[in-house]
Design a protein around this ligand. Structure first.
Ligand code: EPZ
Length: 432
């Protein structure tokens, strides 16, 4: 266990290289279970969620060869079990992708119900189950695990209309469908960049998926996927987090190795707040030298403003002139972090899905904690901007999704360090 100690109120200057996208990596790595050959995957972020996935696959019998910090070779033709370790799978939300991948390849899967960041209520998987069932699977939940079995030994293509736009259900149904008999159509599909990335990965291995990135995805089942090589896209949310950090502290950052188009929804809002953003081929130059202006934010599925940037942007708005409204419309509750920001002097009132943020002149350092991954990122941003010293505990949540956050921030002038401390509670980690 360790904590971050941050001396704030320093502008950030320099360059930050963005890592591969976490939410693409945690889908593409289990999707390799569908491949009957060796996959080389590059631009993998070095984060704890990914490391856990490697262990889960190895435990199932896959050969995982680490080529370097950001590249691996996965050989899943040696898989000998369709039951991932219960204790490992329950620690990570994205373990639900193991159901789609194992069911699609072997016709059955038994996977612990996923954990995940707690946004104030149950995180349902009914849309995943709806898709699997339409494809001919019988899905039951017993002893804390999802058990799915293809009634005819193999799934068959189906039309699936999603009642809610779900990233996880879209990806999971896509995985289950690539080796199914016949065609699958997913209507009202999610359109996030990581959906397109998963489709591109699977297509590069021999799948036939069309329409990823639109509302309708069409998958023609193929007999087998063979190996290949693929590089994961840059992390939109990591990039957005550094953009929010420089907006909060002032200064100038060149955010490199990104796809600027993916950042439009975030850039548009930061510009409204008075931040200057210049687009380059695969980088954004982000500068803030004047005061921050208020604005309103409403989270939406892509291409709307991402819920995974809501805590970070609300933290910047806590320092803007005037009153801003932040509406969370993807999750039923994602404002737990507000109590921590209030310890630092933020003036925010939450009423259901809306936070009313009254900008203050500055925040003051305080002992605070990360209550989930993006809330943790928001705490780091608050601490970087605050006067005085902030100590952030429960930082294991942050390390689940941000590669080398300490090193990247120190390189651009932040005074942030990691301090070891005992973990008397023996906290169980769960991932987003
Ligand atoms: C993914 O979660 C991300 N996680 C989340 O990021 C992100 O917040 C979320 O998508 C939305 O963008 C991963 O990719 C591992 P959803 P996911 O299914 O797939 C409802 C982070 O910080 N819903 O798109 O679990 C659900 O309750 C993490 O990196 C159903 O009703 O999210 C929610 O209101 C946190 N039934 C909405 O849909 C279902 O079967 C969107 O959820 C599934 C979802």
């Amino acid at each position: 266990m360790h904590k971050y100690v941050i001396n704030g109120n320093r502008p950030l200057y320099g360059e930050v290289d963005i890592s591969g996208a976490k939410n693409a990596a945690v889908a593409i790595i289990p999707a390799a279970l569908l491949v009957d050959g060796v996959c080389r995957i590059e631009n993998i972020p070095e984060i704890s969620d990914v490391t856990l996935f490697f262990s889960i696959l190895e435990d199932l019998g896959a050969r995982v060869k680490v080529l370097n910090r950001h590249a691996i070779e996965l050989d899943c033709h040696t898989i000998r079990s369709t039951r991932p370790s219960y204790n490992m799978a329950r620690r990570i939300r994205a373990s639900y992708y193991l159901v789609g991948a194992l069911l699609g390849r072997f016709g059955e899967a038994t996977v612990a119900l996923p954990g995940g960041c707690n946004f104030g209520g149950v995180r349902p998987i009914d849309q995943h189950v709806k898709g699997f069932t339409a494809m001919g699977a019988e899905v039951t939940v017993e002893s804390g695990a999802i058990h799915a079995v293809a009634r005819e030994g193999k799934l068959r293509g189906a039309n699936v209309y999603l009642d809610v736009v779900s990233v996880g259900a879209t990806m999971n149904i896509m995985m289950a469908a690539v080796l199914a008999e016949g065609n699958t159509v997913i209507e009202n599909a999610a359109k996030e960049p990581h959906i397109v990335d998963l489709a591109n990965f699977l297509n590069s291995m021999g799948a036939d998926i069309k329409g990823a990135g639109t509302d309708t995805i069409k998958i023609r089942g193929v007999a087998a996927l063979s190996g290949g090589s693929y590089a994961i896209i840059p992390d939109q949310i990591e990039a957005g987090t550094y953009m929010a950090a420089v907006a909060a502290t002032g200064g100038q950052l060149l955010i490199r190795n990104i796809i600027p188009k993916h950042m439009d929804c975030i850039s548009a809002k930061l510009r409204e707040m008075g931040v200057t953003i210049e687009e380059q081929d695969d980088a954004l130059l982000v500068r803030r030298d004047g005061p921050l202006q208020r604005t309103n934010i409403k989270t939406m599925p892509y291409p709307g403003f991402p819920t995974d940037m809501q805590p970070q942007i609300a933290t910047v708005l806590a320092l803007a002139q005037g009153t801003s409204l932040v509406t969370e419309s993807v999750w039923s509750s994602r404002f737990k972090y507000v109590d921590e920001l209030k310890r630092m002097g933020a003036q925010i009132q939450v009423d259901g899905k809306v936070a009313v943020v009254e900008g203050v002149d500055h925040l003051e350092g305080a002992p605070i904690q990360a209550c989930d991954l993006r809330a943790g990122a928001a705490m780091v941003i608050a601490a970087l901007a605050a006067h005085g010293t902030t100590e952030i505990t429960q930082v294991q949540y942050i390390e689940r999704g941000y590669e080398d956050i300490i090193g990247k921030l120190r390189a651009v002038g932040a005074d942030i360090r990691l301090v070891d401390e005992p973990d008397p509670a023996g906290t169980v980690q769960q991932a987003g």
